[in-house]
Write a protein that binds this ligand. Structure first.
Ligand code: SAM
Length: 854
């Protein structure tokens, strides 16, 4: 029992269109092509689509000069970059079907797909990634396109789609799985994922946190997943919802200004802050920080060939300052002794080694680069560079001293290996800056140098060439042709002591990056500067228009994989939105009970996160007691302080979320510091208000949601019955069964004796006699049902039913282990439609209206 019980559903039209458009973006029609959507004769066919030109002379020139691969390797490197990326995916290690899925891949698909491998290509169709623990991550030798188009791969494609939607696997580029592995996360860690959307790494972090959690219990750690972009935050919420976790907080801040929630000493007593009691933690610091920053994204070229066309040197140069700021903030939020991983999906040293060197300079010995060469030895990677150049205005620059005074605000010292600043006298604001002498004793008049240079295309004066003193060889660059994947850069930091004063503090960043743009009342001023190609680079959020287009598209395509993985069901999208803005209709400045929300300080911040629902502890004793009594929930289940809602009106709460102890502690701190955290999603949906169509006939007005069921299951003593595999299978197949129609008459009797409303049906393990209780373990399967007048009806989504049915049939097959039984199972499947029709004719399905919000 665990996560991955399958909560996601397919299909929001808007999102699907969005992703389809992204997908279409990777192909373009030649200008001369007479066919067009407007040509009625075309009928949408033979449009002459052709792939983007997978080349860009500026890209070639840039990376040849940077030497990220040797000249001998260049052709092989470029050749692989032009090939489509093979699909990869990961099994959710905390899913209750984890080992079933691994076995299915090893014993079924590895063999059945063998005939489909391309000649001259790899010999195996799918294989586990050798560097990923426990055969949990897989490389497929098929591209996304092949999976979609090749009919013989249909079964495998359907499998990937279903399991991805359910949350049992995550389709993710292989190299993107690497950073969380170097973070060395343990289940009791507080982890911050600073730039988290669309959330594939957050999902991985949550898996690690939940690893080896026993049924009915929660890990001590948590993940705070943050992203600046609200839309992408919604993708993140959808992704992570598949995990069914109570240990996640999703926030929406500029990472470089992420709040520290430090409780001021002067108001550290409970009475002073108006809170009911002193919060258990006094500031938000993390054991682990993942800093997967926004970048130019050229490591994802194989998946997003559009980048070939869009790429230019200004992308990397433009985003470098933001990357430094985000990483510094991450380090300041890291506990002494903690680990931070910095990563990008870019190959560019200005976004990678230059950022790492600047961090080491700013931190002045308080952090160190960790030598991880012995970790994941099977992962092929290359050491970071010690020297590189900066390109600007068509020129190569080897030192800041080469930078024209007009470009010094854009081409900053930290982009160069030494990080040394060279300035010229200036009287801009009446102050004169001190010049730094050239090593050769000159004054570094760059304009002179420019004019006198024989070759204005290069200022790569050999004697000025800088080499970094830092051990940048400890960084890792993964290049596409080493492992037939994408490119990534990763560096691992260890924090030895507190950072020097003011480093990484949000206020110290404002001078560099402009005002925060995550607080609605603050007007964002884009500090625009002309970049190399005349493209406007906005340093306020580090994403100029071109950059954000390239990077976000790369990321969306990267994580979308084939467009199916992120297609959302309308209902799910609505649900997610409810979580984000449950009370969108209500006035945004809601009155919140000060006692519930931190007293005086709460009132001061009222309306601060306008548009985002408040997070309110749910303390309505009458409702809680009715739930406890109805389901007979054992007293040992911790309710107190663990329930939250997004609705400050306790009488109209429709969803109640459950939060872990760690999340509860952070929430209490957040209230105490005046709600500094802008929380867009929190907690595990545990109870939902329900009414039957004929009116509320059930004695308890809340049902247990399928997400929350695995957690609370071991504590339920009433409204629970145990079904044999055959009756359980029938329930999943037919969705509604009359009490008299159960194969096991005792089950029919027990079901009819339940109170009207929500109940839980647990699959009895084969061979076990009918019993009133079972030991709940990781493999226990249970579903929520509705007990009506004469029948039981499942309250599980169609896709969850499909998944459970398939897993159940597979288990039954394995257990019986004979081909005869196999036939029986497939017959059962084949007859399913007819059976359902028959059952429907019986017309006993009692309609249930589950009240939905939004
Ligand atoms: C490389 S992507 C992150 C991918 C993500 N870690 C994953 O594995 O799914 C970078 C993310 O940074 C976000 N971003 C851009 N600027 C940001 C900022 N100043 N603060 C926080 N997030 C930012 C973007 O919206 C984008 O989602």
């Amino acid at each position: 029992m665990g996560g991955g019980g399958g909560r996601g559903r397919g299909g929001s039209r808007t999102q699907r269109r969005h992703f389809r458009q992204n997908r279409e973006n990777v192909w373009k029609r030649p200008k001369s092509d007479p066919s067009s959507e407007n040509n009625p004769e075309n009928n949408g066919e033979n449009r002459g689509w052709e792939p983007f030109a997978t080349q860009n002379p500026a890209f070639d020139e840039y990376y040849k000069e940077q030497g990220i691969v040797t000249p001998e390797e260049w052709d092989g490197f470029i050749e692989v970059l032009r090939k489509p990326l093979p699909a990869a995916f990961r099994i959710n290690s905390s899913s209750q079907f984890c080992s079933d899925i691994r076995t299915q891949l090893e014993n079924d698909f590895m063999i059945s797909l063998q005939a489909e491998v391309s000649e001259g290509g790899e010999l195996v169709p799918i294989r586990p990634l050798p560097w990923y623990p426990e055969n949990l991550a897989w490389h497929s030798n098929f591209s996304r396109m092949q999976l979609r188009k090749n009919q013989t791969l249909e079964r495998f494609h359907e499998f990937l789609k279903l399991e991805n939607e359910i949350g049992n696997i995550t389709r993710q580029e292989a190299v993107s799985m690497v950073p969380p592995l170097f973070l060395d996360v343990r289940p009791d860690h507080f982890v911050l994922d600073m730039c988290a959307a669309p959330g594939s790494k957050t999902f991985q972090l949550l898996e690690i946190i939940h690893r080896s959690t026993k049924p009915g219990s929660l890990p001590d750690g948590l993940v705070v997943a943050n992203d600046l972009d609200v839309q992408r935050c919604n993708l993140l919420i959808h992704q992570t919802k598949r995990m069914c976790t109570a240990n996640l907080i999703v926030t929406n801040h500029e990472a470089q200004h992420f709040p520290g929630c430090r409780l001021k000493k002067s108001c550290s007593t409970a009475s002073e802050i108006g809170a009911e009691k002193e919060p258990p933690i006094s500031q938000l610091v993390f054991d682990r920080v993942l800093c997967d920053v926004p970048c130019s994204g050229d490591g994802t070229l194989r998946k997003a060939p559009d980048i070939w066309r869009k790429w230019h040197v200004g992308l990397g140069n433009g985003v470098h300052p933001l990357q430094v700021q985000i990483a510094m903030r991450g380090l300041s939020l890291l506990k002494v002794g903690g680990r931070m991983v910095y990563s990008t999906c870019s190959m560019n040293p200005v976004e990678n080694e230059a950022v790492i060197a600047e961090i080491l300079r700013k931190c002045d010995g308080s952090v160190e680069l960790v030598d991880v060469s012995s970790e994941l030895p099977q992962l092929v990677r290359r050491p970071g560079l010690k020297k590189w150049k900066v390109r600007d205005k068509g020129r190569w620059l080897v030192s800041h001293k080469n930078v024209s005074k007009y470009r010094k605000s854009v081409i900053v010292p930290s982009m160069f290996p030494s990080g040394r600043r060279f300035t010229e006298p200036t009287d801009h604001n009446g102050s004169v800056e001190v010049e730094e002498k050239h090593e050769n004793g000159g004054n570094g008049n760059v304009e002179d140098a420019l004019e006198s240079s024989d070759d204005p295309a290069t200022l790569a004066n050999e004697q000025d060439e800088e080499v970094s003193d830092f051990p940048l060889e400890r960084c890792m660059r993964i290049v596409p042709h080493d492992q037939n994947g994408g490119a990534f850069f990763i560096a691992v930091f260890h924090k030895r002591s507190d950072l020097p004063a003011n480093q990484g503090k949000p206020n110290s960043l404002e001078g560099d990056l402009g005002p925060r743009n995550d607080e609605p009342q603050v007007q964002l001023q884009n500090q625009s500067t002309e970049d190399t190609n005349g493209i406007v680079a906005s340093l306020a959020d580090g994403t100029d228009e071109t950059f954000s287009e390239a990077a976000s598209e790369a990321e969306l395509i990267k994580d979308e994989l084939d467009g199916d993985s992120l297609e959302l069901d309308q209902s799910v999208t609505c649900e997610e939105n409810v979580n984000v803005s449950e009370e969108a209709q209500a006035p945004s400045d809601k009155e919140i009970d000060p006692k519930k929300a931190g007293g005086k300080r709460k009132l001061q911040t009222q309306g601060k996160w306008r548009g985002v629902d408040p997070v309110v502890f749910f303390k309505d004793e009458a409702t809680i007691n009715s739930i406890k009594t109805f389901y007979g929930i054992d007293e040992s289940f911790p309710f107190n302080g663990h329930l939250v809602t997004r609705n400050s009106d306790a009488n109209h709460v429709k969803r109640i979320y459950y939060v872990s102890k760690s999340v509860k502690d952070v929430l209490e701190l957040n209230f105490s510091v005046g709600q500094q955290l802008k929380i867009t999603s929190i907690g595990l949906k545990m109870f939902e208000r329900q009414t039957a169509r004929e009116g509320n006939l059930a004695p308890c007005s809340f049902r247990i949601s399928s997400e929350g069921l695995p957690l609370i299951l071991p504590y339920i003593t009433k409204q629970i019955v145990y079904a044999s595999p055959v009756d359980f299978k029938h329930l999943l197949q037919y969705k509604s069964i009359k009490f008299a129609d159960f194969v096991d008459a005792e089950l029919g009797q027990k079901a009819s004796g339940l109170m009207s409303g929500c109940c839980v049906i647990v699959l009895r393990k084969d061979g076990k006699a009918s019993s009133d209780s079972i030991e709940v373990d990781e493999s226990t399967i249970a579903i929520g049902c509705w007990k009506g007048k004469s029948s039981l009806s499942v309250m599980v989504t169609a896709i969850d039913c499909q998944e459970l049915l398939e897993r159940l049939l597979m288990r039954m097959e394995t257990e019986k282990g004979s081909s005869e039984k196999k036939d029986e199972a497939s017959n059962a499947k084949g007859d399913e439609e007819q059976d359902i029709e028959d059952m429907e004719k019986n017309g006993d399905e009692e309609s249930i209206t589950l009240e939905t919000e939004g």
